[in-house]
Design a protein around this ligand. Structure first.
Ligand code: ACO
Length: 329
């Protein structure tokens, strides 16, 4: 008997209501709407309320994805959370989320530190776990970057926003089928992007805290830019080759929303018409691990995805990690 396709059976999202515009940043820092728009394409981003934590954002997105799947938290068999801004250093966000959702005592774990590639990697892991064990798995991408970043570092803080997106992965005739996935890592690039203070290499000390080093993002902007374009383009081609498809078959590309110029450059390398590339970085900024599920959710809500469409997700993150995945809706 043919098995049901494995893929996305529910999608959800949560965006904080508070909007921070470039003009708001310009009031706090030596920057301008003109600079931020020209270099990044970002106009505004969402910021979590002071009384919210990563868990609140993750739970809201998870609940909307579970409802979208027509399920309850009791139906889940596993929870995966991708985040670089976890609820606490230990235990991980997934433990808090299992309890908050009222799920059974199921396997729950974080994919932390893989930057913005974590959510797509989580979908690929979920697909394998559903195939092997017939499970229903919640995958969340969540980031509350505004809480941890240095608000005086104009090179980094203007890029980011808060939010959460989620998907339920399962086997169902109505699933948006995961056709293929690919992921990779180039660990020689650990120095170009990351937040190194707090681990064993650079333990957290009072001296570092006074200099706010734990909040400083190390980012070699132009190197990250080039790697991002190269890796997201290559991963896109690779995942299509694995599925025996070409870029002409793709209806919509949902890239990691780091910077409008990076997204445009990927589009140029892949020779994609603009209307085939989904962009929301102008309104949400870079939401890290939440970027892909938020964009996918917004694309579906905006009617940009029709039944039968082939959707390509492509992402990169600190590490340097990358991941791409193909969905047939
Ligand atoms: N406002 C005004 N001026 C600024 C700002 C700001 N917010 N930030 C930097 N500048 C200044 C710099 O000091 C520099 O001045 P100088 O020439 O006098 O030294 C000048 O602007 C140019 O700075 P660059 O860093 O060279 O600017 P660039 O064109 O490279 O743009 C940017 C910087 C936007 C960060 C770009 O390199 C980029 O997008 N890189 C990729 C970033 C990225 O995607 N990071 C990933 C984050 S995590 C993730 O998504 C996985």
């Amino acid at each position: 008997m043919a098995q049901d396709p494995i893929g996305l059976i529910g999608l959800g999202a949560y965006l904080p209501e508070r909007v921070m515009t470039n003009a708001d940043w310009a009031q706090r820092l030596d920057t301008s709407d003109e600079w931020i728009t020209r270099r990044t394409g970002i106009k505004e981003r969402r910021l979590a309320r002071d009384d919210q934590t990563t868990l609140d954002l993750a739970a809201a997105a998870a609940e909307s994805a579970i409802a979208d799947a027509g399920l309850t938290a009791q139906d889940l068999d596993e929870i995966i959370v991708a985040s670089d801004t976890p609820e606490t250093y230990s235990p991980d966000t997934a433990a808090f989320l299992q309890h908050r959702l009222g799920a059974r005592e199921i396997t729950s774990y974080d994919l932390g530190g893989s930057g913005c590639a974590g959510f797509v990697l989580g979908l690929d892991i979920a697909r394998a776990r559903v195939r092997d064990r017939r499970r229903t798995i919640l995958v969340v991408g969540v980031e509350l970057l505004s809480r941890l970043m240095d608000w005086t570092d104009r090179h980094a803080c203007i890029l980011f926003g808060d939010g959460a997106g989620a998907a339920v992965v399962g086997a169902s005739p109505r699933a948006a089928r995961i056709l293929a996935a690919t992921a990779g890592t180039d660990g020689s690039q650990t120095d170009i992007l990351g937040c190194p203070v707090g681990g064993t290499r650079y333990p957290f000390t009072l001296e570092r805290a006074e200099k706010r080093e734990h909040q400083k993002l190390v980012m070699k902007g132009s190197k990250v830019f080039k790697e991002a374009v190269t890796r997201m383009s290559a991963a896109s081609r690779q995942v299509l080759a694995e599925a025996g498809l070409t870029l002409d078959d793709v209806d919509l590309v949902v890239p990691h929303q780091a910077n409008q110029r990076i997204i445009q450059a990927v589009g140029q390398v892949l020779e994609l018409p603009e209307e085939k590339v989904f962009v929301n970085v102008d309104r949400l900024g870079n939401t890290g691990s939440a970027s892909i599920p938020l964009a996918l959710w917004q694309a579906r809500e905006a009617g940009r995805i029709k039944p039968g469409d082939l959707v390509l997700l492509t992402s990169f993150g600190a590490g340097f990690h990358w991941a791409a995945l193909l969905l047939r809706f």
